[in-house]
Design a protein around this ligand. Structure first.
Ligand code: NAD
Length: 254
């Protein structure tokens, strides 16, 4: 079960956190993994981890906000079976404390970056005779997360794009689903704490952990396992769905 032997997978933001865990498990299951990162340096740890155990991986320096660069990179990879649209950035603020610059930056990476990769991957999925797309959304797309205006707006768009793609390409054997994690312990979270709460990191870490009813943050590998299932032939009846992976956050907190 869950073999990806002979499949070619692209993972955006595959150099860190959730993307790294997904790239690693897909490679372990036999996929040839193509990591798209801001720079080759950001992809190097994932590349070493995969190739170190005999897996196949390649990396590309490509900013997902650059439309032409994304199209050229995907074309260069050739036929693609799996896309994990994972690259994303965080932002803290309510609507009145979100500057236009910050709003545009979050939208550019988290929405336009996802669009760019979707636009570029469809012709490459057709070359493979169909395939699977997973978009990384967030529980911010499902409930009102305090102080996350731009981020929530962007992740809501990711969830909506997922449904749109699932409908438009169902007859071309392309499945598209999204994953909505609650807090997962990655460099994304460490960076957030460092930037916003430099004086009380341990207390805030504890608070963020407790906000999941299960009492802790998720692990990147747990999101990786869900992504693997959704990419595999075992999930061939699943499309147009969003999968919360949240320690009970969206259902047990009220
Ligand atoms: N960690 C969480 O708690 C959490 C929760 C819900 C959703 N998510 C989502 O999961 C995804 C991954 O999060 P993470 O926590 O692993 O983050 P991370 O910061 O650890 O990793 C994100 C990676 O994306 C890359 N990246 C950022 N902008 C890019 C761009 N323009 N072009 C190419 N690569 C780019 C970064 O270099 C980085 O390696 C994001 O979309 C995030 O919104 C994370």
């Amino acid at each position: 079960m869950f073999s990806l032997q002979g499949k070619k997978a692209v993972v955006t933001g595959g150099g860190s956190g959730i993307g790294k865990a997904i790239a690693t498990i897909l490679a372990k299951q036999g996929a040839e993994v193509h990591i798209i990162e801001l720079g080759l340096e950001q992809a190097s740890a994932s590349l070493a981890e995969i190739t170190g155990v005999g897996g196949k991986a390649f990396s590309y320096a490509c900013d997902v906000t650059d439309h032409q660069a994304v199209v050229d990179t995907f074309k260069g990879i050739g036929a693609i079976d799996i896309l994990i649209n994972n690259a994303g950035i965080a932002h803290v603020g309510k609507v009145d404390t979100t500057s236009e610059t910050d709003f545009d930056r979050v939208m550019n990476v988290n929405v336009k970056g996802v669009y760019n990769c979707l636009h570029a991957v469809i012709p490459q999925l057709r070359l493979a005779g169909g395939g699977v797309i997973i978009n990384m959304a967030s529980i911010a797309a499902l409930i009102g997360l305090p102080d996350r205006f731009a981020y929530s707006a962007a992740k809501g768009a990711v969830k909506a794009m997922t449904m749109s793609i699932a409908k438009d390409y169902i007859n071309e054997k392309i499945r598209c689903n999204s994953i909505s994690p609650a807090r997962v312990h990655t460099p994304f979270v460490d960076g957030f704490l460092q930037k916003n709460y430099p004086d009380n990191i341990p207390e805030m870490f504890e608070k963020l952990s407790k906000s999941q009813p299960i009492g802790r943050m998720g692990k990147p590998e747990e999101v990786g396992a869900l992504a693997l299932f959704l990419c595999s032939d075992e999930a061939s009846f699943i499309t147009g769905c969003d999968y919360p992976i949240d320690g009970g956050f969206t259902t047990l907190n009220n």
